[in-house]
Write a protein that binds this ligand. Structure first.
Ligand code: GDP
Ligand code: FE
Ligand code: FE
Ligand code: FE
Length: 187
């Protein structure tokens, strides 16, 4: 699928602000794919569609999680986590993208998972550091991403977990798994 076609499809699903974010993720993901030797076309499409389900009604997402037998611990955690796995499902069924690498990059862009692929890491980081992101700690992650994707990922996960702890929120187990897997891989 060509970029302009993909963008036209996703634009209808998003607010203008979220569409601008998506363009930032796309540019960042392509640059990271170039730098780290991932498939640039897959990075482009995964980035374009990563937040496809962001504005679906909660009831619709809940229905899909149940009907498609997605991990049901999702339902007891923050609804913000739902658009990633539901997005992968809808991008396959509504947009017709069947590439498992692309779908997994969408599916795991919020929590990560242990043993992430290069493409999954790129989408996770691009989502975190795209030029429109201005939150505390983002500059450090941008710097790390220039040299070491895993270090950037660890820093981003630490920030996310710390942010949730401060807000007295539960941490989704897969987020912890992602962090632990990366830490234990370090020598
Ligand atoms: P966005 O869709 O571009 O805004 O970014 P993400 O998909 O990465 O994240 C969506 C939201 O999920 C953010 O507000 C994160 O703080 C939140 N989030 C990420 N991981 C977890 C987690 O483990 N638990 C909870 N409760 N929220 C999380
Ligand atoms: Fe997202
Ligand atoms: Fe990042
Ligand atoms: Fe995003």
């Amino acid at each position: 699928m060509e970029r302009h076609e993909a963008l036209e499809i996703v634009k209808k699903q998003l607010t203008d602000h979220r569409y601008q974010h998506t363009l930032g993720v796309m540019e960042t993901a392509i640059a990271l794919a170039k730098q780290y030797g991932a498939d640039e076309k897959k990075a482009e499409l995964a980035a374009i569609f990563h937040d496809y389900a962001k504005f679906r009604p909660k009831e619709e997402m809940k229905q899909i999680i149940l009907e498609q037998n997605m991990p049901n611990d999702l339902l007891s955690h923050n609804t913000e986590l739902w658009h990633a796995p539901v997005g992968a499902y809808l991008v396959q069924t509504e947009v017709g993208i069947d590439d498992e690498d692309i779908l997994n990059a969408i599916r795991y862009h919020t929590s990560g998972r242990s043993d992430m692929t290069l493409l999954e890491k790129i989408i996770y980081i691009a989502d975190y550091i795209e030029p429109g992101r201005i939150f505390k700690g983002v500059e450090e992650v941008r710097e790390l991403a220039k040299h070491d994707l895993d270090e950037a990922l660890i820093e981003a996960l630490k920030n996310t977990i710390q942010f949730l702890l401060k807000k007295n929120q539960p941490i989704y187990p897969m987020t912890i798994d992602t962090y632990n897997a990366l830490m234990m891989k370090k020598k």
